[in-house]
Design a protein around this ligand. Sequence first.
Ligand code: ZN
Ligand code: ZN
Length: 277
Amino acid sequence: MLGSGSAGNSALIATDHCRVLVDGGLSARQIALRLEQSGVRPEQLDGVLLTHEHGDHVCGLEVLCRKFDIPIYANALTAEAVRSDCSLDRHRNWRIFRTGAEFSICDITVQTFPVPHDAVNPVGFAFYAGAGSLGFITDLGYATKLIVERLRPVQTLVIETNHDEKLLQNDIHRPWPVKQRIQSRHGHLSNAAAAGVVEELLSGKIERVVLGHLSRDCNRPELALQTVRSTLTKCGRVDVETHCATQFEITPQFRIGDTYAGAFQPTFDNALFQNAV
Ligand SMILES: [Zn+2]
Ligand SMILES: [Zn+2]
């Protein structure tokens, strides 16, 4: 995770053959800097995948993609929203997918699925490469049955623990409608809600949970970790690793599984995409 929180989100997923970002919500400078700390140059990126159009997920893209002609993967509504909002309308390198579609970028297979959040067409991802699998859900009001099904086979899960319910209720700076929005079915997962999702996935393949998208004022890493860890303890699953990503620095690199040795066959299927208009 290059950085994660209410003020900006971006994560790097890499195999021996391929490097993609999920979201570009830090400044382009910070993305480049943190990529460098991870041993990757921006020009080596094979794409940026967008979950949705909110500023904390896309604000660095304009500069990053102007400097480096990186393909942007998004569904049509998200692409349109981002293009109408900034000078990315000049960006030519869009790869438009249908929400629900599965496609490949080099040797990474990407599954997309809808998530409930107050954006035009927000998505979550499940990634498969070699023997490794990774689920990625940030910015969602609750986990639908479909989301849980899609995530059951993944070993590592990135999930938002946006707020602590008590801290949000007691927050004096947020007006009531904003609190309502955050807590709604199209808002954000609380620590307790995320722990509930993790509990549902314990019958699957989960081995590691990385918490992210913490609210600056209404959460703290130790609270989020404590909530998820006590659920794991209750379920007798202290073997599941837990980590918490933060806003200002990169997390350690998580090794998710081995890429199969030898040359890979590019499986990118252009037929899945139509050109953005
Ligand atoms: Zn967000
Ligand atoms: Zn959002």
